[in-house]
Design a protein around this ligand. Structure first.
Ligand SMILES: C[S@@+](CC[C@H](N)C(=O)[O-])C[C@H]1O[C@@H](n2cnc3c(N)ncnc32)[C@H](O)[C@@H]1O
Length: 271
């Protein structure tokens, strides 16, 4: 007889992104809501002063708790849908060698591995807990096992500014919500240079991020990449940028490495 434990269906856990920020939104939202209740029922406040205090606290609590809920919803549900949309942006044959940079708990890495029949997907990460809760090499491999792609997945500890791979090695490179974690532009450019170095001629980069996309697009063009373009939803972009004061507008920069036989100078750019 099977016990309850073995009958339970396991689901992959792709982790909460920026857990410190999420905590900040919930804690400060609860504090604002508590102060709102206190101000509303206070015998020491009255008239216009009470109305202004209550209004400000209500707006603050609504915004902070709303942002917390949105971040939680995004990490738990929406990012799984977005992963498929991102991976659909390139053609797959099923025998690609894929690199996922900043793989975290394996969202893109495992999504890519599911599209492979003969290929392999390699993820690299530094496992920074402030960027994603409880990410680790073991957690990623556990998710790969649950998703039944363990034999096609490999995970390494490495910095995106110094990739431990030879040049012209990967067919597809993915990276989601990772490069913006490098604060200095020079470091972000190092990471992009590394992507270009290890990508095969004719290979594709799918670079999803929450900010800096125009910088990535310009840099890819400067470095002679082709089919460089931004994939985004302008309406969603405008709404998210407004409510997050410009700090959060997820979209995707796409680029391909020129195929030397057809584009000797690598100078063609499609915008
Ligand atoms: C917000 S998480 C995104 C994880 C995953 N790509 C996803 O979409 O779920 C960012 C990841 O980038 C990793 N990271 C940050 N700096 C890095 C660096 N210099 N090199 C490699 N990975 C890094 C963090 O450890 C974290 O796992």
């Amino acid at each position: 007889m099977q016990n309850t434990q073995s009958r339970r269906i396991q689901h992959p856990q792709y982790g909460i992104d920026a857990p410190g920020l999420l905590k900040f939104f919930f804690v400060s939202g609860v504090i604002s809501a508590t102060l709102l209740i206190a101000a509303f029922s206070s015998p020491f406040l009255s008239g216009i002063l009470k109305q202004i205090a209550c209004l400000l606290l209500a707006v603050g609590a609504f915004y902070l708790l709303g942002m917390g809920c949105f971040m939680f919803f995004y990490s738990k549900i929406q990012k799984l849908k977005d992963r498929e949309n991102l991976l659909n942006l390139v053609e797959w044959s099923g025998d690609e060698l894929v690199l996922d940079i900043g793989c975290g708990r394996g969202l893109m890495l495992i999504g890519a591995a599911k599209r492979l029949k003969a290929g392999r997907a390699i993820g690299i990460d530094l496992w920074r807990q402030e960027d994603q809760a409880n990410n680790s090499l073991d957690a990623t491999l556990a998710n790969a096992k649950i998703e039944d792609v363990l034999e096609r997945v490999e995970v390494k500890t490495a910095d995106m500014r110094q990739l431990p791979f030879p040049e012209n090695y990967f067919d597809v490179i993915t990276s989601n919500w990772t490069v913006h974690n490098l604060e200095a532009q020079v470091d972000r450019q190092k990471a992009l240079d590394e992507m270009i170095r290890v990508l095969k001629p004719g290979g594709n980069i799918i670079l999803g991020d929450i900010t800096n996309q125009s910088e990535y697009i310009s840099y890819f063009r400067e470095r002679g990449m082709v089919n460089v373009r931004l994939h985004n939803n302008p309406i969603q972009d405008a709404i998210l940028k407004t409510i997050t004061f410009g700090s959060f507008a997820p979209s995707v920069a796409l680029a391909s490495k020129p195929n030397n036989t057809h584009e000797p100078n690598g100078s063609e750019v499609v915008g």
